[in-house]
Design a binder for this molecule. Structure first.
Ligand code: SF4
Length: 263
């Protein structure tokens, strides 16, 4: 048994004008209750507005998974300075793609131009390798099929680093997507340079990222994209539609079956 905080306070969108609502939510994480006090705007929202809450819940899920790994006598191999997994096809929900585009837009110069150039270079490399049309097709059709598995392998072979990877460390750590937060391994770090099911032991845990992508996909024609195409995707995607109560969106993401097919 590992001691956990009594309740984790999370908030999203509280800088928007208008009333907010606060509710208590208890989830079962790693077979133990996890209590959250969540404050969000009272009106209609989009998944984009709730990203800080999804990130906060994911961080608790990850912390509990790490505690379970430690109590089992193992340790997490992932460290700052190891960015092997940041050359994988990292799936980013539509809401997160828009958030990343805003983040890049808000960067000071010359960093903004540098990061944009890295995104552009990645697109050029994907196109030159004939992978970009496959990315567009698979993202449009959804997740979990064989095409996506093959695409992920071909993508990794290209060795394209995430544009936010600097000195093999994540330069947007507190803003990184859910799928980045959820990826942990216990196998030796060097194995991640040429990953296979036999050599890389990922930590199994409850994950919100597939649910968030699915909820985004259910309300639009896209839903998700690989990290390196996030800026292009966000530019081509209409602004979010705020047509549902935040509580409804929270419930859709939290209660969705996290075992659905995912990359
Ligand atoms: S956002 Fe950060 S953790 Fe995620 S792939 Fe990019 S560099 Fe890696």
């Amino acid at each position: 048994m590992v001691a956990h905080p009594a309740s984790t306070r999370l908030a999203a969108g509280t800088d928007r004008p208008g009333p907010t609502i606060t509710g208590q939510v208890t989830l079962k994480i790693e077979d133990e209750p996890a209590a959250f006090e969540i404050t969000i705007p009272a009106g209609n929202l989009a998944p984009d507005d709730l990203l800080p809450v999804f990130q906060g819940i994911t961080d608790v899920m990850v912390a509990r998974a790490e505690a379970r790994v430690r109590s089992g006598g193992k340790s997490i191999s992932c460290r700052a300075g190891c960015g092997a997994c940041c050359r994988q096809l990292v799936p980013v929900s539509e809401a997160e793609a828009r958030a990343l585009a805003r983040l890049v837009e808000a960067l000071p110069e010359p960093r903004r131009s540098t990061v944009r150039a890295k995104f552009q270079d990645a697109l050029i490399a994907l196109d030159a390798a004939g992978v970009l049309p496959r990315v567009d097709r698979v993202c449009g059709e959804g997740e979990g099929d064989d095409d996506l598995v093959d695409l992920g392998l071909d993508y990794f072979r290209l060795g394209i680093a995430c544009p936010f990877l600097e000195a093999e460390s994540c330069s947007i750590h507190s803003d990184r997507p859910l799928s980045c937060r959820e990826f942990l391994v216990t196998s030796p770090r060097e194995n991640c340079a040429a990953p296979s099911a036999e050599t890389v032991a990922t930590v199994k845990m409850a994950r919100l990222s597939p649910a968030l992508r699915a909820v985004c996909r259910a309300s639009t024609h896209g839903g998700w994209t690989p990290m390196v195409t996030a800026l292009r995707f966000a530019a081509a995607t209409p602004p979010p539609t705020r047509d549902r109560a935040g509580v409804e969106i929270l419930g859709q993401v939290i209660n969705r079956d996290a075992s659905e097919p995912k990359p």
